[in-house]
Design a protein around this ligand. Structure first.
Ligand SMILES: [Zn+2]
Length: 115
């Protein structure tokens, strides 16, 4: 019989495999230095260095870096809401990696709003 068995090797609760899930929400994590390990569903914000990093919300695993340095006119604006959520302006377009500009979305009150 030519049947190929595919086994699910991930433990329950582990990070989904790349490309399987779109991110719907990003939780802000305030840090000073950008971490080596970046988890899906989180946006790491370093106010000291004016930079935020998250994994592309399409699930491809591409790192997306946003600068929000106040004096850099090409950067993003970080909006911190009173309820603890964050928004970024303008939208995020992921034009890195092998599939340029494949993802375009807004981050509004921690939520991913697809364009
Ligand atoms: Zn992507």
């Amino acid at each position: 019989m030519d049947r190929t068995w595919v086994f699910e090797t991930q433990d329950a609760g582990s990070t989904p495999a790349k490309g399987t899930m779109k991110t719907t929400e990003l939780l802000p994590v305030y840090i000073e230095l950008l971490p080596e390990q970046i988890e899906e569903g989180k946006v790491y914000i370093s106010k000291k260095y004016g930079v935020a990093i998250h994994l592309c919300a399409c699930g491809c695993g591409e790192k997306t870096i946003m600068d929000f340095k106040p004096n850099w006119k090409d950067g993003w604006t970080l909006i911190e809401n009173p309820d603890g959520t964050v928004s970024f302006s303008p939208s995020v377009g992921n034009f890195a990696g092998q599939n340029p500009y494949h993802a375009h979305y807004f981050i509004v009150n921690n939520k991913i709003i697809w364009c």
